[in-house]
Design a protein around this ligand. Structure first.
Ligand code: PGA
Length: 257
């Protein structure tokens, strides 16, 4: 089975409700004008999910994702978003984003719980991993990525990896405009596949979609796609600019074909 590239836009907390609706409308219009051979996902804030899901309802071309969920399904968790809240609206959900890990102290164990909840409810997880600048400078990248991946693999069955997507996002590249060399990204992607292959097998390791994320823009995206590199991208800043986001989709599709 050949893989489809995936392009996901993480809108973070960048847009007002009105602006989110405008951006979604503009993306929908632009995407209509291009052939689509990839999975396209936009991830608005939880309160905008319903409005954005409605905009893309009849579009087979764009799916909607959430930015995070709680590790519990329900209960006394004020301010949290449950998998049950997003279930009618989202086909995808980001988990383990470095910003969430940093702000809330979310652990690998919680990310495993969130992943399990999402799969139980038929939502595909986009699981983020990555090293800080300090870890990179101390030559701890391989150790960090290995720890994060092993934490997932140890509590996961093979079926999970047919649905889940991994996003490798060096934290020092997020929102900074500083990007890694494509070789560095390929190296980490190969490491992830090796870890998955040794835990399960080569088939599942090859099938797993692995994205790159961190300051992705139309003019730098192509170098990260295809071959030993990524099967798509997780885009932050550029994803709230409809023209840039759609240009990224085009570039990914061209580089991947
Ligand atoms: P960025 O964000 O593209 O703005 O660097 C990426 C992300 O946080 O997923």
């Amino acid at each position: 089975m050949s893989k489809k590239p995936l392009i996901a836009g993480n809108w973070k907390m960048e847009l007002s409700h009105k602006a989110a609706i405008e951006v979604a409308g503009a993306i929908k219009k632009l995407v209509k004008t291009i052939p689509v051979s990839s999975d396209i996902v936009v991830c608005p804030s939880p309160v905008a999910l319903s409005a954005i899901a409605e905009i893309f309802q009849k579009s087979a071309k764009v799916s909607v994702g959430a930015q995070n969920i709680a590790a519990q399904e329900k209960g006394a968790f004020t301010g949290q978003t449950s998998v049950l809240h997003i279930k009618p609206l989202a086909a995808w959900c980001i988990v383990g984003h470095s910003e969430v890990r940093a702000f809330t102290g979310e652990s690998d164990a919680q990310i495993v719980q969130q992943t399990a909840l999402l799969l139980r409810h038929g939502i595909n997880p986009i699981i983020c991993i990555g090293e800080t600048g300090q870890e990179r400078d101390r030559d701890q990248t391989v150790a960090k990525i290995t720890r994060q991946i092993v934490a997932i693999l140890e509590h996961t069955d093979r079926a999970v990896l047919t649905k889940a997507v991994i996003a490798y996002e060096p934290i020092w590249a997020i929102g900074t405009g500083i990007t890694p060399e494509p070789d560095q990204v390929s190296e980490i992607i190969l490491l992830i596949r090796k870890l998955v292959a040794s835990h399960f097998d080569n088939e599942i390791a090859d099938r797993l979609r692995i994205l790159y994320g961190g300051s992705v823009k139309p003019d730098n995206v192509a170098q990260y796609i295809g071959g030993p590199c990524a099967d798509g991208v997780l885009v932050g800043g550029a994803s709230i600019h409809p023209r840039d986001f759609v240009e990224i989709i085009k570039q990914v599709q061209e580089a991947y074909s």
